[in-house]
Design a protein around this ligand. Structure first.
Ligand SMILES: *Cc1c(COP(=O)(O)O)cnc(C)c1O
Length: 415
Protein backbone atom coordinates (compact mmCIF):
# COMPACT_ATOMS: atom_id res chain seq x y z
CA UNK A 1 0.00 0.00 0.00
CA UNK A 2 1.26 3.51 -0.77
CA UNK A 3 3.42 2.14 -3.63
CA UNK A 4 2.06 2.28 -7.17
CA UNK A 5 3.26 2.83 -10.72
CA UNK A 6 2.88 6.26 -12.30
CA UNK A 7 3.88 6.57 -15.96
CA UNK A 8 5.75 3.29 -15.70
CA UNK A 9 7.77 4.16 -12.59
CA UNK A 10 7.11 2.81 -9.13
CA UNK A 11 6.37 5.61 -6.67
CA UNK A 12 6.08 5.98 -2.92
CA UNK A 13 2.86 7.98 -2.71
CA UNK A 14 3.55 10.50 -5.50
CA UNK A 15 7.35 10.43 -5.36
CA UNK A 16 9.27 8.29 -7.79
CA UNK A 17 11.58 5.71 -6.23
CA UNK A 18 14.12 6.69 -8.91
CA UNK A 19 14.24 10.19 -7.42
CA UNK A 20 14.55 8.77 -3.93
CA UNK A 21 17.42 6.49 -5.01
CA UNK A 22 19.16 9.44 -6.68
CA UNK A 23 18.77 11.63 -3.60
CA UNK A 24 19.49 9.15 -0.82
CA UNK A 25 21.37 6.30 -2.48
CA UNK A 26 20.75 2.57 -2.25
CA UNK A 27 20.09 0.31 -0.51
CA UNK A 28 17.51 2.25 1.43
CA UNK A 29 14.22 1.62 3.17
CA UNK A 30 11.33 3.81 2.03
CA UNK A 31 8.16 4.19 4.09
CA UNK A 32 4.83 5.77 3.28
CA UNK A 33 3.34 7.73 6.15
CA UNK A 34 -0.09 7.66 4.51
CA UNK A 35 0.05 3.86 4.37
CA UNK A 36 0.97 3.65 8.06
CA UNK A 37 -1.90 5.96 8.94
CA UNK A 38 -4.38 4.03 6.80
CA UNK A 39 -3.36 0.78 8.47
CA UNK A 40 -3.79 2.31 11.91
CA UNK A 41 -7.18 3.73 10.93
CA UNK A 42 -8.40 0.22 10.13
CA UNK A 43 -7.82 -0.81 13.74
CA UNK A 44 -9.34 2.39 15.06
CA UNK A 45 -12.44 1.81 12.92
CA UNK A 46 -12.79 -1.82 13.99
CA UNK A 47 -12.58 -0.80 17.65
CA UNK A 48 -14.76 2.31 17.42
CA UNK A 49 -17.24 2.57 20.26
CA UNK A 50 -15.25 0.33 22.59
CA UNK A 51 -12.82 1.48 25.28
CA UNK A 52 -9.64 0.31 23.67
CA UNK A 53 -5.95 0.90 23.17
CA UNK A 54 -4.00 0.13 20.02
CA UNK A 55 -0.48 -0.45 21.33
CA UNK A 56 1.84 -0.50 18.33
CA UNK A 57 4.44 -3.24 18.65
CA UNK A 58 7.67 -1.26 18.52
CA UNK A 59 9.87 -4.18 17.57
CA UNK A 60 8.33 -4.37 14.09
CA UNK A 61 9.85 -1.01 13.15
CA UNK A 62 11.30 1.25 15.80
CA UNK A 63 12.50 4.20 13.73
CA UNK A 64 11.78 7.37 15.72
CA UNK A 65 9.83 8.85 12.80
CA UNK A 66 7.55 5.80 12.72
CA UNK A 67 7.05 6.00 16.49
CA UNK A 68 6.37 9.73 16.20
CA UNK A 69 3.66 9.10 13.61
CA UNK A 70 2.10 6.51 15.90
CA UNK A 71 2.30 8.83 18.93
CA UNK A 72 0.49 11.56 17.01
CA UNK A 73 -2.24 9.09 16.11
CA UNK A 74 -2.75 8.50 19.82
CA UNK A 75 -1.37 4.98 19.74
CA UNK A 76 0.04 3.15 22.72
CA UNK A 77 3.21 1.09 22.46
CA UNK A 78 4.08 -2.53 23.15
CA UNK A 79 7.79 -2.68 23.98
CA UNK A 80 10.21 -5.48 24.77
CA UNK A 81 13.28 -3.65 26.10
CA UNK A 82 14.50 -0.61 27.95
CA UNK A 83 15.96 0.57 24.67
CA UNK A 84 12.53 0.52 23.06
CA UNK A 85 11.11 2.45 26.03
CA UNK A 86 13.78 5.13 25.53
CA UNK A 87 12.85 5.32 21.84
CA UNK A 88 9.15 5.70 22.60
CA UNK A 89 9.86 8.54 25.02
CA UNK A 90 12.28 10.20 22.59
CA UNK A 91 9.58 10.07 19.90
CA UNK A 92 7.00 11.76 22.12
CA UNK A 93 5.05 8.62 23.07
CA UNK A 94 2.95 8.63 26.22
CA UNK A 95 4.45 6.28 28.84
CA UNK A 96 0.99 5.74 30.33
CA UNK A 97 0.10 3.95 27.13
CA UNK A 98 3.15 1.68 27.20
CA UNK A 99 2.99 -2.05 27.86
CA UNK A 100 6.29 -3.75 28.61
CA UNK A 101 6.36 -7.33 27.29
CA UNK A 102 9.16 -9.89 27.04
CA UNK A 103 10.49 -12.89 28.92
CA UNK A 104 13.77 -11.49 30.15
CA UNK A 105 13.34 -8.04 31.65
CA UNK A 106 16.42 -7.04 33.63
CA UNK A 107 16.23 -5.28 37.01
CA UNK A 108 17.44 -2.08 35.39
CA UNK A 109 14.72 -2.29 32.73
CA UNK A 110 12.03 -2.91 35.34
CA UNK A 111 13.22 0.10 37.31
CA UNK A 112 13.31 2.23 34.15
CA UNK A 113 9.72 1.22 33.33
CA UNK A 114 8.41 1.86 36.85
CA UNK A 115 10.09 5.26 36.96
CA UNK A 116 8.57 6.14 33.59
CA UNK A 117 5.15 5.07 35.00
CA UNK A 118 4.20 2.74 32.17
CA UNK A 119 0.66 1.38 31.90
CA UNK A 120 1.77 -2.11 32.86
CA UNK A 121 4.43 -4.76 32.77
CA UNK A 122 3.36 -8.00 31.14
CA UNK A 123 4.88 -10.71 33.29
CA UNK A 124 5.90 -14.01 31.83
CA UNK A 125 7.03 -16.07 34.83
CA UNK A 126 6.73 -16.54 38.57
CA UNK A 127 10.36 -15.51 38.97
CA UNK A 128 9.66 -12.27 37.17
CA UNK A 129 6.76 -11.51 39.53
CA UNK A 130 9.18 -11.83 42.43
CA UNK A 131 11.71 -9.55 40.77
CA UNK A 132 9.18 -6.86 39.86
CA UNK A 133 7.75 -6.99 43.40
CA UNK A 134 11.23 -6.50 44.85
CA UNK A 135 12.15 -3.61 42.53
CA UNK A 136 8.82 -1.89 43.25
CA UNK A 137 9.37 -2.30 47.00
CA UNK A 138 12.85 -0.81 46.73
CA UNK A 139 11.46 2.19 44.81
CA UNK A 140 8.50 2.50 47.19
CA UNK A 141 5.91 2.15 44.40
CA UNK A 142 3.25 -0.31 43.29
CA UNK A 143 4.02 -1.99 40.01
CA UNK A 144 1.08 -2.27 37.59
CA UNK A 145 1.23 -5.78 36.13
CA UNK A 146 -0.60 -8.14 33.84
CA UNK A 147 0.32 -11.73 33.10
CA UNK A 148 0.88 -12.91 29.60
CA UNK A 149 -0.93 -16.22 29.56
CA UNK A 150 -0.13 -18.93 27.09
CA UNK A 151 -3.52 -20.09 25.81
CA UNK A 152 -1.98 -23.18 24.16
CA UNK A 153 -3.57 -22.67 20.77
CA UNK A 154 -1.83 -23.41 17.51
CA UNK A 155 -1.43 -20.21 15.51
CA UNK A 156 -0.62 -22.29 12.40
CA UNK A 157 2.16 -19.97 11.37
CA UNK A 158 5.92 -20.38 10.88
CA UNK A 159 7.40 -22.19 13.93
CA UNK A 160 9.85 -19.32 14.53
CA UNK A 161 6.98 -16.85 14.91
CA UNK A 162 4.51 -19.09 16.72
CA UNK A 163 4.42 -18.16 20.40
CA UNK A 164 1.21 -19.50 21.94
CA UNK A 165 1.95 -23.22 22.27
CA UNK A 166 2.82 -24.98 25.52
CA UNK A 167 6.46 -25.51 24.66
CA UNK A 168 7.14 -21.93 23.57
CA UNK A 169 9.23 -19.83 25.92
CA UNK A 170 6.53 -17.15 26.11
CA UNK A 171 3.86 -16.55 28.73
CA UNK A 172 2.80 -18.44 31.82
CA UNK A 173 1.01 -21.78 31.48
CA UNK A 174 -2.74 -21.48 31.33
CA UNK A 175 -3.17 -23.86 34.23
CA UNK A 176 -0.79 -21.87 36.45
CA UNK A 177 -2.46 -18.55 35.82
CA UNK A 178 -5.00 -18.55 38.62
CA UNK A 179 -2.42 -19.50 41.22
CA UNK A 180 -0.05 -16.74 40.06
CA UNK A 181 -2.83 -14.14 40.02
CA UNK A 182 -3.79 -15.09 43.59
CA UNK A 183 -0.15 -14.84 44.64
CA UNK A 184 0.26 -11.43 42.94
CA UNK A 185 -2.98 -10.13 44.47
CA UNK A 186 -1.53 -10.60 47.94
CA UNK A 187 1.63 -8.62 47.28
CA UNK A 188 1.85 -5.09 48.62
CA UNK A 189 3.89 -3.66 45.79
CA UNK A 190 1.90 -5.16 42.93
CA UNK A 191 -1.30 -3.87 41.35
CA UNK A 192 -2.98 -6.32 39.00
CA UNK A 193 -4.24 -4.45 35.97
CA UNK A 194 -4.87 -6.94 33.24
CA UNK A 195 -4.35 -10.15 31.36
CA UNK A 196 -2.84 -10.74 27.97
CA UNK A 197 -1.81 -13.19 25.31
CA UNK A 198 -0.06 -13.14 21.96
CA UNK A 199 -0.14 -16.38 20.01
CA UNK A 200 2.19 -15.58 17.15
CA UNK A 201 2.81 -13.50 14.10
CA UNK A 202 1.51 -13.47 10.53
CA UNK A 203 -1.77 -15.21 11.42
CA UNK A 204 -3.60 -16.03 8.22
CA UNK A 205 -6.99 -16.59 9.76
CA UNK A 206 -8.90 -15.21 12.69
CA UNK A 207 -9.88 -18.59 14.16
CA UNK A 208 -6.85 -19.19 16.42
CA UNK A 209 -6.93 -15.55 17.55
CA UNK A 210 -10.59 -15.87 18.51
CA UNK A 211 -9.95 -19.24 20.22
CA UNK A 212 -7.21 -17.61 22.28
CA UNK A 213 -9.46 -14.67 23.13
CA UNK A 214 -12.16 -17.06 24.35
CA UNK A 215 -9.71 -18.88 26.59
CA UNK A 216 -8.34 -15.63 28.01
CA UNK A 217 -11.85 -14.34 28.66
CA UNK A 218 -12.86 -17.55 30.42
CA UNK A 219 -9.84 -17.09 32.66
CA UNK A 220 -10.71 -13.44 33.34
CA UNK A 221 -14.19 -14.56 34.40
CA UNK A 222 -12.73 -17.20 36.70
CA UNK A 223 -10.45 -14.58 38.25
CA UNK A 224 -13.36 -12.19 38.72
CA UNK A 225 -15.23 -14.89 40.65
CA UNK A 226 -12.13 -15.22 42.83
CA UNK A 227 -12.35 -11.48 43.53
CA UNK A 228 -9.61 -10.43 41.12
CA UNK A 229 -10.98 -7.66 38.91
CA UNK A 230 -8.89 -6.62 35.93
CA UNK A 231 -9.08 -3.42 33.95
CA UNK A 232 -7.76 -4.55 30.57
CA UNK A 233 -7.61 -7.54 28.27
CA UNK A 234 -4.73 -7.57 25.77
CA UNK A 235 -5.23 -9.91 22.83
CA UNK A 236 -1.81 -9.33 21.30
CA UNK A 237 -0.87 -8.77 17.68
CA UNK A 238 -0.10 -11.13 14.87
CA UNK A 239 -2.56 -9.90 12.24
CA UNK A 240 -1.20 -11.26 8.98
CA UNK A 241 -0.46 -9.26 5.86
CA UNK A 242 -0.29 -10.34 2.24
CA UNK A 243 3.25 -10.97 1.01
CA UNK A 244 2.41 -13.23 -1.92
CA UNK A 245 -1.08 -14.52 -2.44
CA UNK A 246 -2.03 -15.44 1.11
CA UNK A 247 -5.54 -14.66 2.16
CA UNK A 248 -5.40 -11.57 4.34
CA UNK A 249 -8.22 -11.78 6.85
CA UNK A 250 -9.67 -8.31 7.39
CA UNK A 251 -8.89 -6.79 10.79
CA UNK A 252 -12.61 -6.74 11.56
CA UNK A 253 -12.73 -10.52 11.17
CA UNK A 254 -10.28 -10.84 14.07
CA UNK A 255 -11.72 -8.11 16.20
CA UNK A 256 -15.46 -8.57 15.66
CA UNK A 257 -15.22 -12.05 17.15
CA UNK A 258 -13.42 -10.74 20.21
CA UNK A 259 -15.70 -7.71 20.52
CA UNK A 260 -18.73 -10.00 20.45
CA UNK A 261 -17.38 -12.02 23.36
CA UNK A 262 -16.49 -8.86 25.25
CA UNK A 263 -19.90 -7.27 24.82
CA UNK A 264 -21.22 -6.09 28.16
CA UNK A 265 -17.80 -6.31 29.83
CA UNK A 266 -16.12 -3.20 31.06
CA UNK A 267 -12.45 -4.06 30.55
CA UNK A 268 -10.43 -1.98 28.13
CA UNK A 269 -9.61 -4.04 25.03
CA UNK A 270 -5.99 -3.85 23.93
CA UNK A 271 -4.33 -5.12 20.77
CA UNK A 272 -0.67 -4.78 19.85
CA UNK A 273 -0.28 -4.93 16.08
CA UNK A 274 3.14 -4.51 14.53
CA UNK A 275 3.45 -6.03 11.09
CA UNK A 276 -0.08 -5.06 10.06
CA UNK A 277 0.70 -1.39 10.73
CA UNK A 278 4.06 -1.04 9.02
CA UNK A 279 4.64 -4.18 6.91
CA UNK A 280 3.17 -3.10 3.60
CA UNK A 281 4.00 0.56 4.29
CA UNK A 282 7.69 0.05 3.50
CA UNK A 283 9.94 -1.23 0.72
CA UNK A 284 13.64 -1.95 0.48
CA UNK A 285 15.01 -0.12 -2.53
CA UNK A 286 18.07 -1.71 -4.11
CA UNK A 287 20.14 -1.35 -7.27
CA UNK A 288 21.30 -4.13 -9.58
CA UNK A 289 25.08 -4.47 -9.59
CA UNK A 290 25.54 -7.43 -11.92
CA UNK A 291 23.66 -9.96 -13.96
CA UNK A 292 25.18 -13.37 -13.59
CA UNK A 293 23.72 -15.93 -15.97
CA UNK A 294 24.50 -19.55 -15.13
CA UNK A 295 23.95 -23.07 -16.39
CA UNK A 296 21.10 -23.95 -14.08
CA UNK A 297 20.38 -20.60 -12.43
CA UNK A 298 20.55 -16.94 -13.25
CA UNK A 299 21.42 -14.42 -10.61
CA UNK A 300 20.74 -10.75 -10.21
CA UNK A 301 23.34 -9.45 -7.76
CA UNK A 302 21.98 -6.37 -5.99
CA UNK A 303 23.45 -3.94 -3.46
CA UNK A 304 21.11 -5.02 -0.64
CA UNK A 305 21.71 -8.25 1.22
CA UNK A 306 20.60 -10.49 4.07
CA UNK A 307 22.19 -8.10 6.54
CA UNK A 308 19.70 -5.44 5.37
CA UNK A 309 16.67 -7.75 5.16
CA UNK A 310 17.10 -11.12 6.83
CA UNK A 311 13.54 -12.46 6.56
CA UNK A 312 14.14 -14.54 3.41
CA UNK A 313 17.29 -16.12 4.90
CA UNK A 314 15.83 -16.55 8.40
CA UNK A 315 12.28 -17.69 7.71
CA UNK A 316 12.35 -18.49 4.02
CA UNK A 317 10.02 -15.50 3.75
CA UNK A 318 8.70 -14.53 0.33
CA UNK A 319 8.79 -10.85 -0.66
CA UNK A 320 7.51 -9.56 -3.96
CA UNK A 321 10.28 -7.92 -5.99
CA UNK A 322 9.17 -5.21 -8.40
CA UNK A 323 11.08 -3.41 -11.09
CA UNK A 324 11.03 0.27 -10.28
CA UNK A 325 10.89 0.98 -14.02
CA UNK A 326 8.37 -1.31 -15.67
CA UNK A 327 10.22 -1.29 -19.00
CA UNK A 328 13.86 -0.49 -19.58
CA UNK A 329 15.98 -0.46 -22.69
CA UNK A 330 18.80 -3.05 -22.72
CA UNK A 331 16.99 -5.05 -20.03
CA UNK A 332 17.64 -8.77 -20.08
CA UNK A 333 14.53 -10.79 -19.38
CA UNK A 334 14.96 -13.99 -17.44
CA UNK A 335 14.16 -15.98 -14.36
CA UNK A 336 16.52 -14.87 -11.64
CA UNK A 337 17.46 -15.38 -8.02
CA UNK A 338 17.93 -11.97 -6.45
CA UNK A 339 20.99 -12.18 -4.22
CA UNK A 340 23.23 -9.83 -2.28
CA UNK A 341 27.00 -9.49 -1.88
CA UNK A 342 27.19 -11.23 1.52
CA UNK A 343 29.29 -14.38 1.70
CA UNK A 344 26.56 -16.85 2.64
CA UNK A 345 24.48 -19.07 0.39
CA UNK A 346 21.46 -18.00 2.47
CA UNK A 347 22.03 -14.47 1.20
CA UNK A 348 19.07 -14.17 -1.10
CA UNK A 349 16.17 -11.75 -1.20
CA UNK A 350 14.04 -13.68 -3.68
CA UNK A 351 14.23 -16.81 -5.79
CA UNK A 352 13.11 -17.63 -9.30
CA UNK A 353 11.52 -14.36 -10.29
CA UNK A 354 10.75 -13.25 -13.81
CA UNK A 355 12.46 -9.91 -14.25
CA UNK A 356 13.75 -7.79 -17.09
CA UNK A 357 16.70 -5.85 -15.72
CA UNK A 358 20.20 -4.61 -16.47
CA UNK A 359 23.06 -3.43 -14.27
CA UNK A 360 21.91 -0.17 -12.68
CA UNK A 361 18.21 -1.10 -12.64
CA UNK A 362 16.36 -0.40 -9.42
CA UNK A 363 14.32 -3.07 -7.66
CA UNK A 364 11.87 -2.65 -4.80
CA UNK A 365 11.53 -5.47 -2.30
CA UNK A 366 7.92 -5.01 -1.27
CA UNK A 367 6.29 -5.25 2.16
CA UNK A 368 9.61 -4.81 3.93
CA UNK A 369 8.41 -2.24 6.49
CA UNK A 370 8.12 -4.73 9.36
CA UNK A 371 10.99 -6.81 10.73
CA UNK A 372 13.23 -5.32 8.06
CA UNK A 373 15.53 -2.54 9.25
CA UNK A 374 15.07 -3.57 12.89
CA UNK A 375 16.62 -6.97 12.19
CA UNK A 376 19.45 -5.61 10.08
CA UNK A 377 23.06 -6.21 11.02
CA UNK A 378 26.54 -5.17 10.01
CA UNK A 379 27.65 -8.62 8.90
CA UNK A 380 30.49 -8.39 6.37
CA UNK A 381 31.11 -4.85 7.74
CA UNK A 382 28.24 -3.53 5.71
CA UNK A 383 26.90 -0.18 6.92
CA UNK A 384 23.15 -0.33 7.43
CA UNK A 385 20.93 1.38 4.88
CA UNK A 386 19.33 4.81 5.07
CA UNK A 387 15.63 5.12 5.91
CA UNK A 388 13.36 7.58 4.14
CA UNK A 389 9.75 8.47 4.93
CA UNK A 390 7.42 10.02 2.41
CA UNK A 391 5.13 12.42 4.23
CA UNK A 392 2.93 15.22 2.88
CA UNK A 393 4.43 15.05 -0.59
CA UNK A 394 8.08 15.10 0.48
CA UNK A 395 10.70 12.38 0.92
CA UNK A 396 12.46 12.92 4.24
CA UNK A 397 15.57 11.22 5.51
CA UNK A 398 14.63 9.64 8.86
CA UNK A 399 17.85 7.75 9.41
CA UNK A 400 21.17 8.45 7.80
CA UNK A 401 23.05 5.69 6.08
CA UNK A 402 25.71 4.33 8.39
CA UNK A 403 29.33 4.95 7.57
CA UNK A 404 32.12 2.41 7.75
CA UNK A 405 33.90 4.62 10.31
CA UNK A 406 30.92 4.33 12.63
CA UNK A 407 31.09 0.55 12.42
CA UNK A 408 34.40 0.28 14.23
CA UNK A 409 34.49 3.57 16.11
CA UNK A 410 33.84 1.73 19.40
CA UNK A 411 36.55 -0.89 18.80
CA UNK A 412 40.10 -0.72 20.14
CA UNK A 413 43.43 -1.99 18.88
CA UNK A 414 45.54 -3.74 21.49
CA UNK A 415 48.34 -1.52 22.85
C1 LIG B 1 5.84 -9.21 18.43
C2 LIG B 1 4.66 -8.95 19.28
C3 LIG B 1 3.54 -8.33 18.75
C4 LIG B 1 3.43 -7.90 17.31
O1 LIG B 1 3.32 -8.96 16.42
P1 LIG B 1 2.95 -8.67 14.89
O2 LIG B 1 2.90 -10.01 14.29
O3 LIG B 1 4.03 -7.83 14.31
O4 LIG B 1 1.64 -7.97 14.88
C5 LIG B 1 2.48 -8.06 19.59
N1 LIG B 1 2.51 -8.42 20.90
C6 LIG B 1 3.58 -9.02 21.44
C7 LIG B 1 3.56 -9.38 22.88
C8 LIG B 1 4.69 -9.31 20.66
O5 LIG B 1 5.75 -9.92 21.19
Amino acid sequence: MGFDYRSGVLCAEQISLEDIARQFGTPCYVYSRAAIETNFARFAAALAGRTSLIAYSVKANSNLAVLGVMARLGAGFDIVSGGELARVLAAGGNPRKVVFSGVGKSEAEIEQALRAKVLCLNLESEAELGRVDAVAARLGVRAPVAFRVNPDVDAKTHPYISTGLKDNKFGIAYDDAERLYRDAALRENITLTGIGCHIGSQLASAAPFIDAAARILALAERLARAGIELSHIDLGGGFGIRYQNERQAPIAEFLDGALGMLAGRKEMLMVDPGRSIVGDAGVLLTRVEYLKPGESKNFVVVDAAMNDLVRPALYGAWHEVRQVREMESDAVAGVYDVVGPVCESADFLARERSLAVRPGSLLAVMSAGAYGMVMSSNYNTRPRPAEVMVSAGAALLVRERETVDQLFAAERLLP
